[in-house]
Design a protein around this ligand. Sequence first.
Ligand code: FES
Length: 213
Amino acid sequence: MGNQITFTVDGKIINAAEGEMLLWTALDNDIYIPHLCGERNEKERPASCRLCFVEVDGRPAPMPACTLPVSEGLVVKTRSERVDALVAAGFELLMSNHRLDCKNCPANGNCELQRIAKARKLRLKPKNLPVLDKGLPVDDSAPGILYDPNKCVLCGRCIRACRHSGNGVLGFTRRGFERIVATFGDLPLGDSGCQGCGDCAEACPIGALAKKA
Ligand code: FES
């Protein structure tokens, strides 16, 4: 990582190593920016959830904070009309593909979707879009792991965790609304070579993958 540099986020002066991604430096300084797909120590940065938008002085459009390296003198705002509209639209889209069942969800109270909704005063239940439930079966075939694909918002963290664990049984499959995280050949987790290490459940920010109670 580079030299220590200084920049501002929402008027707060921040020191960080040059080149670090803005998202993590903001979070380190108690400035919350919604995020789902980004992971701090991960080289792969898909920037696919589109929730971490910020305004940067001198840039014509909001930018994802998870792929924005900090540099000397950067001036960032985490909120603006444009940012709020983008985050609200992105969040509503995600929630239109998420089976909402907080009461019975193992992630209830420790869910990134709940955190985002609270921080940005957004509704968990979409207002403008219909909820499209995939109607897929919950997979409880693996030892210790429960997978509900109807809750998955495709952040991809479980896929990376599974790969790092050395198992590599998870991946994205299908397209559009049908897109899901699944095992090779769509086998139930228990028949896929999954070792039940639970790293995927640890990585899941929302309870689509969870450790069995
Ligand atoms: Fe930046 Fe997902 S965390 S786009």
